[in-house]
Design a protein around this ligand. Sequence first.
Ligand code: GLY
Length: 359
Amino acid sequence: MKNSISRRNFFLKTAGAGTGLFIFPSLLGNPFQKAGRGITPLIITSHTNETGKNAMEAGWEILKAGGTAVDAVEKAANTIEVDPEDTSVGYGGLPNEKGVVQLDSSFMDGKTYSAGAVGCLENIKTPSSVARKVMEHTDHVLLVGQGALEFARAWGFKEENLLTEKARKIWLRWKEELSPNDDWGVPEHLQGLTEKEAYWHDFPDIENHYGTTNVLAIDVNGNVAGCTTTSGLSFKLNGRVGDSPIIGAGLYVDNEIGAAGATGRGEDVIKSCASYYMVLKMKEGRTPQQACEDALHMIIDRYRKVNPRFFPSEKFVAINKAGDLGCATMKGKRNPQMSVRIESGFTKYEGTIAFPEAL
Ligand code: GLY
């Protein structure tokens, strides 16, 4: 074994690294919490890079024209999914251990209380749109693997190779560094650097080794919709499905209350039904910000009973019907911000780090 980065530690060390390429100044006060206003459309995403901003503008064009939250969410999610530079979502996402890009996505429409999702979908750049088709054109909620692909084909989605050259090189490098003990060993020319520098040396511009995006919106009629979409945990086992296509885990929408979405390690989010938990908290009267923090505390309370050193990496986002916002993350390295488009323009919402002592 040339070094001691375990598969588990690798994911924990790199989750969310490099997010937040640019920071807009925080607004003074909280412009999102104004008493007594009517329905004000809004759209948010957990993505905070330039593509996240473009996604917000694309979704806003639809909301501004009186379009539905569902259409706005799909447009915004597609904008992020087709970005070849983004290694955490859609086209260009990092592949599984076999070098195959397998995408997960879910969609919910609060107005009709409908949901659709796809897991391990290959060769389709926009899994969120396939999830929407499942939601609107079947009586099922979740299609996976070959079945999801056949469904997408039937709807005329174009099949394409999703493995970009950038993602392929990163995957090859990962394979090269595997050892029989399932650890990573650095190539000879990189020995002597720290573990993290060694891995990043050849790919300094990579944003995420695993990530996801959530898009949540409210339209002029007060209807709420949401989508979560991802390429999932990089180098995951073939067939692994994360939290993103699991309704209640990676996404939940309730038209009477609001919506919530999760990014981070899917296994933690599935076991905690985190998005459903956040929406229930908002139903109890917690603000979206409090609901995000409550969910993080719930996870850490449970896990730390088993392993006091447990160090999760989730980032949660939430909105309520009144247009209040929430965003919280477990770790300081993961950026506690989200992108927001409201009538007055684009901005970044500054959330909280729930466990700063864990930095
Ligand atoms: N949250 C994305 C995943 O774990 O697949």
